[in-house]
Design a protein around this ligand. Structure first.
Ligand code: MOS
Length: 734
């Protein structure tokens, strides 16, 4: 089918987001915008030490503020069941951001931990009173400085889907004997989540039933977790989140605000709204780990890789956090004869780290793709040629076939669009007046997963279609593309499809994360639509309407609607869901499946002041079939912008003595603004992946990977200066 023959709204057309109008006109109600009769407001009191005990809490001054209903402390908080210790192998524990049982004892585990919650008739009264809660502590010695703690880091196994280590041949010996080598240390700072919508919860109890409006990426996991903590059946918890103002991994797990809102509502017998301040997000929602990484590469004179070593140190909190899989991409990108990958992590007295867009690969590609550029420089080979010279035919570590791999095509197309041939190879050889000009490339890589999803689809006699599935929409276009997929699968116009999502009362879906939601939900919608087409066919045969449109078949058969369920959350549905999941996992093990891409960056650096500007950007991705070019382009562009922020601006500053975050606000934590970002030329190869539903690969995270390296490589080309420590601020260039 050519583009001209496609129906408006079908797969491949750039449909506007179905939630766009509600969001841009202000009629969309976010989690902090739901009103209940008798609604109250909560504010959090944060600990000001990194480790120790509360010895006294004086709430007198706080309780005196007009409008204060209750000051909840460990002395009077209702009971909460303990959170499970976070582990990759226990799905019910993963949802917990920390293992701390909030307000149940006097222990302090990080600077910023909630130690009290004030509930008041107004948000202003709650905040004023929270500032007047007097807490006295006895401090214990703590470990908060990452750089000095690196020596205590322990080797990590990773998880079965993303093993942390790899060993092929003898990489150390190959490195020692290599004709040409590079061996360098790269460091990345901690980063914090700054979604446009701060984490917010509105919680209301009705007897033993809890309703929660929460800014979450995972309504299903949140429901499970809240039921566990409050000791009530899952069926008694409803989590509603049709609109979420960005997540990026920061809303994937349950952080204190959600639990405390429900706890405060239980303590007061009133509905509670808890919106974290921007500072509150920094103090109670985990961020990305800092990292120290060594990449060592050995090669022959003509640029064949003989050794690839990538070792990383990350940090987690003593009360949880998952070490990022920093070396993942180094398993899959280059056909080195000898490979050694190793990940270490150290536990510290800080808020547990958490997922942030492409956890692992975002910072791992910075080190690997910088090192490849360094090697190209030493060898005097074009950095694209060096990459293509080492492009593997199969997975370099275990020899599995690639489900899809078009990195060669991505570089060829990117070089053409960007005008790579105009680059003069020598560093510091191009300029535009006082601006030094540099061009750099780097590869993007993100592994893919497919989960199972429950869904129901109903086709009615009036020709409309209703898709029901409890997935999450954070603004990336999920609801729109699933509508396009259902419309195509049933042969109806896009406008005839309505998609219900963002409510745990709907059939449950996986979290929006890991770049897996679109494909996982699409898989089930396609299965349900196939069932409906089969029902229609038999109805048509019975009623003599063979070959007629769905509407006509239903009319002739006198049937009001046909409905199909996949999974469907029954006990049987759960068992078959697990079997489907196992089949998928087994099938997935046969391939290496990933989205990849090629980034091209041009920078301008003022030769006197070091002022640095990203002046041009081109990226070409291999993300399989694209369902909606408009939403896909925005996702990929957003990832690139976030990567430019990593490269040039973002950095959480921990006081190395106290472990306190010193820049918890958008005034002091720098993010790129529009003036920092050039027009971004994003495209994709569009070739469907044969192993994925509709041939689509996920694209939520691949955009950010490789970006910081492309910038650093362009900076080196412009200035001759290699910056191995992010962010690349101008003090590192003068
Ligand atoms: Mo993501 S970091 O999988 O939300």
């Amino acid at each position: 089918m050519t583009a001209l023959q496609q129906r408006t709204g079908s797969v491949g057309t750039p449909v506007d987001r179905v939630d766009g109008v509600a969001k841009t006109t202000g009629t969309a109600r976010f989690s902090a915008e739901h009103t209940y009769p008798g609604l109250t407001y909560a504010a959090v009191v944060h600990a000001t030490i990194s480790r120790g005990r509360i010895t006294a809490i004086d709430t007198t001054r706080a309780a005196d503020i007009a409008g204060v209903i209750k000051v909840i402390t460990p002395e009077n908080a209702p009971p909460l069941k303990p959170a499970p210790r976070v582990s990759m192998l226990n799905m019910s524990s993963i949802v917990s951001g920390t293992s701390v049982n909030y307000l149940q004892d006097n222990e302090v585990h990080w600077d910023g931990q909630p130690v009290a919650v004030v509930v008041a008739e107004t948000s202003e009264a709650a905040k004023e009173a929270a500032a007047l809660v007097d807490v006295t502590y006895r401090t214990t010695e703590s470990s908060v400085d990452f750089v000095t703690a690196r020596l205590q880091a322990q080797v990590q196994k990773g998880n079965p889907l993303l093993p942390a280590g790899a060993k092929k041949g003898d990489a150390a010996a190959a490195l020692a004997g290599a004709a040409v080598s590079v061996d360098a240390e790269y460091t990345t700072p901690p980063y914090n989540h700054n979604a446009l919508e701060p984490h917010s919860t509105t919680a209301a109890w009705d007897g033993d039933r809890l309703t929660v409006h929460d800014a979450t990426q995972s309504i299903g996991w949140f429901r499970t977790h809240l039921a566990l903590r409050f000791g009530i059946p899952e069926a008694n918890v409803r989590v509603i989140a049709p609109y979420v103002g960005g997540g990026f991994g920061g809303k994937a797990f349950v952080w204190p605000g959600t639990v405390l809102a429900a706890l405060a509502a239980r303590a007061t017998g009133r509905p509670v709204r808890l919106t974290l301040t921007r500072e509150g997000v920094y103090r109670t929602v985990g961020g990305r780990t800092p990292s120290i990484q060594r990449v060592a590469l050995g090669a022959t004179q003509d640029g064949k890789l003989t050794a690839l070593i990538h070792q990383s140190v990350a940090r987690v909190g003593r009360t949880g956090g998952m070490p990022e899989q920093i070396t993942t991409q180094s398993r899959h990108l280059y056909a080195a004869e000898n490979i050694l990958l190793e990940q270490r992590a150290v536990e510290q007295d800080v808020l547990p780290t958490t997922s942030m867009r492409a956890p692992g690969e975002s910072i791992g590609t910075f080190a690997l793709e910088s090192a490849i550029d360094e090697l190209a420089d030493v060898l005097g080979i074009d950095p694209i040629d060096l990459r293509m010279h080492n492009e593997p035919d199969r997975d370099p570590v275990d020899g599995k076939p690639f489900a899809h791999r078009m990195l060669r095509e991505a570089y060829a197309e990117g070089a053409r669009r960007f005008g790579w041939s105009a680059r003069s190879p020598q560093p510091r050889s191009m300029n535009d007046g006082r601006w030094l000009v540099g061009m750099g490339v780097a590869s993007a890589f993100h592994p893919l997963m497919l989960f199972t999803s429950n869904v129901t689809v109903r086709l009615s006699a009036d020709g409309t279609v209703l898709v029901r599935c409890g997935f999450q929409e954070m603004g990336m276009g999920g609801a729109t593309v699933q509508g396009q997929i259902a419309a195509d699968a049933l042969g109806v116009p896009f406008d005839a499809v309505r998609v219900e999502y963002g409510d745990s009362a709907l059939p449950s879906a996986p979290m929006a994360g890991g770049s897996m939601q679109t494909a996982s939900v699409a898989n089930s919608i396609l299965e349900a639509c196939a069932k409906i087409r089969a029902s229609l066919e038999s109805l048509a045969k019975r009623s003599g309407a063979v070959g007629q449109a769905p509407k006509a078949v239903l009319a002739k058969a006198g049937v009001p609607h046909v409905e199909a369920a996949v999974g469907s959350d029954t006990r049987l549905g759960k068992v078959t869901g697990q079997m489907r999941m196992m089949r998928q996992v087994m099938r997935d093990r046969r391939y290496l499946r990933a989205a990849t891409g090629a980034h091209f960056c041009e920078v301008r650096v003022d030769q006197d002041t070091g002022e640095l500007r990203v002046s041009r950007w081109t990226s070409v991705f291999d993300v399989g079939r694209v369902i909606n070019p408009k939403t896909a382009g925005s996702q990929l562009r957003g990832g690139i912008i976030m990567g430019i922020g990593m490269a040039l601006a973002e950095e959480t500053l921990f006081d190395p003595r106290t472990g306190r975050i010193m820049n918890p606000s958008l005034a002091e934590y720098h993010l790129p603004v529009h003036a920092d970002i050039p027009a971004i030329d994003v495209s994709w190869l569009g070739d469907p992946d044969p192993t994925m539903p509709l041939g689509l690969l996920g694209l939520g995270e691949v955009g950010i990977t490789g970006v910081a390296a492309a910038v650093a490589n362009a900076v080196h080309h412009a200035t001759g200066r290699r910056v191995r420590d992010l962010p690349i601020t101008l003090d590192k260039l003068v």
